[in-house]
Design a protein. Structure first.
Length: 498
């Protein structure tokens, strides 16, 4: 009896943990602006072969006064995602074909990015960080002795541009002993190399293509079948003798196809995939919302799809899981492991898709509420028409948590007829007068700034005089409040404005 109760409690804990993980994923995706979301989706597709771009014509929502839904983006995303997958597959295939001929000429995986477009749109802006600097920065966060840190940095500078280490470890040990007076054994160097191989991106510091691919498999969700192919059947793999591998491992067609799909996601050049420079500090703005104000006063908006493809669970994985489930009684141990792996990938893919859809609905509800509250601004573009609005106001209108509204408003931008603004631009506190009237602090500050800009610079206005003038314009605020708003505007006191 007691044993049964313990088992039930453990099942409940796992359920709560699963729910909290999904909630955490949703919270993370809601907070991401469109550019970072595209990067997260790309990473997720690389890590999970059960997640793939969809050809479904389901468009992003478009809001108008009636709350209708319409087209909000184009079909170019699907083509870009398909092209990226083809580029990755071609890069790996070319790398395999080049083994034994010219290891220095392994192809570079560009991640499906158009270099010319990148130069035009992004690379001209921001600071840059080299590939080696990124690795050195990661080493700086590790707990190492002074000598080990020096050797790790030496190993990094010994890497080729593609991120692989082709210099033998015994040669590096000799160089350190002769030129740097550091005496290490090959085994000690091997330990430090393993630490280097834990850095990002996966595959860095590998001494061969085989080791590079194994490192990536082990860093992702480990797949025993993929690992076995690279570890035990690498020669057949490089020659694309899929039938021999399938026969040797006793795999059916669906399983073999699923494993090959995952293997084609691997990158033969992890260093080159990061580009010449990374960590660009971008100053250009990509709006998450596009708001249109029509001549008849109608306000509509759409979510910017950016480079985020529509997603679906891979049909091959879904079919494979269905086939396994229909033949549970005759499954071998190896097939049961494959079933467990397939189910985990399919569940993870579906959870990620659900989180993306939740993000879309949340952003749509939030922007709809903001437009309803700040309609006058979107119609006329006058900043002084912005009403007092705080996170709580939007939360009450949408039924969402206050923390969710805060995440949505973080780091996102809105493109309007009147310009592009951060979403936080539309939020401001209110000032309640003695009569109970609520005034926008933004509007009060705008009038205050106008008064100071137009004052006689030989006789600048005191805070007391500014308070009286604001009261005449319908903003009865105290002198100390004037001083607070003036300081927030970065304007000095009267004697310093002469």
């Amino acid at each position: 009896m007691a044993q049964s109760q313990i088992q039930e409690q453990r099942q409940e804990q796992r359920l709560q943990q699963s729910i909290s993980q999904q909630q955490l994923l949703r919270a993370q995706l809601v907070e991401l602006p469109i550019q970072q979301l595209a990067e997260r989706v790309e990473t997720e597709m690389h890590d999970n072969p059960a997640l793939e771009p969809s050809s479904d014509e389901d468009d992003f929502p478009l809001y108008d006064d009636g709350g209708s839904v319409g087209s909000g983006d184009d079909a170019a995303d699907d083509y870009d995602s398909q092209r990226e997958e083809e580029d990755r597959r071609d890069a790996l295939d070319a790398a395999l074909e080049s083994i034994g001929r010219d290891d220095e000429e392994l192809p570079v995986y560009q991640g499906g990015m158009n270099v010319a477009d990148t130069d035009e749109r992004e690379m001209q802006l921001g600071d840059t960080q080299s590939f080696y600097d990124s690795l050195l920065e990661q080493v700086g966060e590790m707990e190492l002795t002074e000598q080990d840190r020096y050797v790790m940095e030496y190993l990094i500078r010994s890497l080729d541009d593609d991120g692989l280490l082709r210099t033998p470890l015994d040669s590096i040990c000799e160089e350190l002993a002769i030129y740097h007076n550091i005496d290490l054994t090959t085994n000690q160097m091997e330990v430090l190399l393993h630490k280097l191989q834990q850095l990002d991106p996966p595959g860095i510091g590998a001494r061969s293509l085989q080791e590079c691919l194994l490192l990536q498999i082990d860093r992702r969700s480990p797949n025993p079948l993929a690992h076995e192919i690279i570890a035990d059947h690498f020669d057949e793999f490089t020659k694309k003798h899929w039938d021999k591998i399938q026969q040797s491992m006793g795999l059916d067609d669906a399983t073999m196809e699923a494993v090959l799909r995952e293997l084609r996601h691997l990158n033969p050049k992890p260093g080159a995939s990061m580009g010449e420079v990374l960590g660009r500090s971008m100053h250009h703005i990509v709006p998450d919302f596009i708001v249109d104000t029509h001549d008849d006063g109608t306000v509509t908006f759409s979510l910017n799809g950016g480079d985020v493809p529509r997603l679906q669970v891979s049909q091959s994985f879904a079919d494979l899981m269905r086939e396994y489930q229909n033949n549970r009684e005759g499954l071998s141990r190896q097939m049961k492991e494959a079933l467990l792996y397939t189910k985990q990938k399919v569940d993870a893919a579906q959870n990620f898709i659900d989180a993306i859809l939740t993000r879309r609905r949340t952003l749509t509800l939030t922007m709809k509420a903001i437009i309803n509250i700040q309609r006058q601004f979107f119609e006329e573009g006058d900043e002084s028409l912005l009403r007092p609005m705080i996170l709580k106001d939007v939360a009450e209108r949408t039924g969402l948590d206050l923390s969710t509204i805060s995440r949505v408003s973080n780091s996102k931008y809105v493109q309007t007829r009147w310009g592009t603004f951060p979403l936080k631009f539309f939020f401001s506190d209110g000032y309640v007068t003695e009569s109970g009237e609520e005034l926008s602090t933004r509007k009060i500050k705008a009038v205050l700034k106008e008064l100071i800009d137009n004052e006689d610079k030989h006789k600048p206005l005191s805070d007391e005089a500014l308070s009286a003038m604001l009261a005449e314009k319908g903003f009865p605020i105290a002198r100390r409040t004037v001083a607070k708003y003036r300081e927030q505007l970065g304007l000095p006191v009267a004697r310093l404005r002469k």
